[in-house]
Design a protein around this ligand. Sequence first.
Ligand code: GRG
Length: 306
Amino acid sequence: AMGGPKASNYFDFKAYLIEKANKVNEALDQAVSVKNPPMIHEAMRYSLLAGGKRVRPILCIAACELVGGEESNSVPAACAVEMIHTMSLIHDDLPCYGQRDLRRGKAHETTKSSCEDVAVLAGDSLLAFSFEYIATATKNVSPAKNFSRSRRISKSIGTEGLVAGQVADFVINGENQMFGLDQLEFIHIHKTAALLEAAVVLGAILGGGNPEEVEKLRRFARCIGLLFQVVDDILDVTKSSEELGKTAGKRSCGGKTTYPKLMGLDGAREFADKLNKDAKNQLSEFDREKAAPLLALADYIAYRQN
Ligand code: GRG
């Protein structure tokens, strides 16, 4: 297929990421234009276009292409998922969630003080628009598929998805004591993996994947979602001990329960390896060359340094 990996063992993942991210950025730029009232559209664009690795949209496109779909089939869904992710970051940066550092640099600094009202509205309108956009911008999709797609995305956001994770996070963390692996996993599966799963499943469905393929890709996404957070926790420990001369533990945010705290640093590293292997195992029956982008994405998440 056009734009897919070349027929050689070598796969240029860096070039792949740049190509796909550019495609997504272009589509997002066109999707949300400045119209009336300009202020809210500018706030939406500010957060949406302020950078971000575009992991979720790239996963969506890669899943679509893996099962034999055309890239263009999945781009609107990929963009919708990124709008939802951006909404969650904007809301997460609000003072009521106690966020210490704003994400994406200064992207959400509108949330700092007097602009909280705009930030809430920018998040809300991105969420609403994501559904309008996916329904109108995706071409050649049956009403039945359209319906099941909307349902899947809704579930990944609401009280069975992101919101469930955020609520569990503050309820459990609010008790201010260590909790167990099951609870930690519940938080991450919902706060992080749910949207990654939705991205991949939408891509696979739009690409024409059969139910077995969709299910394998869904499990793949769940593993890398959890992996993302285990690696995050490991980096918290290793980064803060690297920060010589600075207050130790700056990035490790005090009493928070983390994988290294529950399993030790080596235990957490072993768990991360296991998740990476489990993720890749889900792809073992796909064509290896076609699976190259997703295999590389798993390693990218596993071996990232910040
Ligand atoms: C769903 C209405 C509604 C509200 C959201 C605040 C909240 C409720 C949920 C929190 C969700 C959240 C912020 C989860 C963390 C997800 C995460 C892993 C963020 C970092 O993602 P990256 O590294 O960020 O992909 P970039 O900027 O690269 O896109």
